[in-house]
Design a protein around this ligand. Structure first.
Ligand code: ASP
Length: 164
């Protein structure tokens, strides 16, 4: 079977950061650590990667949300689904905004991570793989924007972050 085309949009947040081994600070890298894994991820789907900005999610405003919405619309007829990596602090706001503003039945999955890419138990790559699996699944069609984290699938309409 032909691999589906998925638009993968990186926006920043812990999922695309690394912990500084000396200070313990979680920082943005020059190179997004997730883009290094593109070869492995491409085995699941044919990925088209976009990185319109790299921001901690509390810095994401309506302006960036609109950039995401327009980016999704520009790819709408070219891909079978969309996966967005995002900081978890305001992930639910972006997911809900897209749920309200993106037209059509394209599966859109938003994901993040609680631990950065080089921390023990890092969950970013795992959540990203799970999200791509959901985005390529026929049953995800027409479900609205979904949030996938920690082996769970949530609807953007109902999800909220309750624990840091
Ligand atoms: N401060 C990060 C953010 O929301 C937290 C995270 O990604 O979990 O960008």
């Amino acid at each position: 079977m032909d691999k589906k085309k998925i638009l993968l949009i990186h926006t920043g947040g812990t999922i695309s950061m690394s912990e500084d081994v000396e200070t313990g600070a979680v920082l943005t890298n020059e190179e997004n650590p997730l883009t290094r894994q593109t070869k492995e991820l491409n085995e699941l789907a044919h990925l088209i990667v976009e990185e319109p900005f790299q921001l901690p999610s509390p810095h994401i405003t309506q302006k960036e949300m609109l950039i995401l919405r327009n980016l999704i619309h520009s790819y709408k007829d070219k891909v079978s689904g969309v996966v967005i990596t995002h900081g978890t602090d305001t992930l639910e706001e972006t997911a809900y905004f897209l749920d309200l503003t993106v037209k059509g039945s394209l599966p859109i999955v938003v994901t993040g991570a609680m631990r950065s890419s080089n921390e023990i138990g890092s969950d970013g790559l795992y959540n990203l793989i799970s999200s791509i699996r959901v985005a390529i699944c026929d049953e995800a069609d027409g479900k609205g924007v979904l949030v996938v984290l920690n082996d769970e699938i949530h609807t953007a309409e109902n999800v909220t972050k309750t624990h840091t």
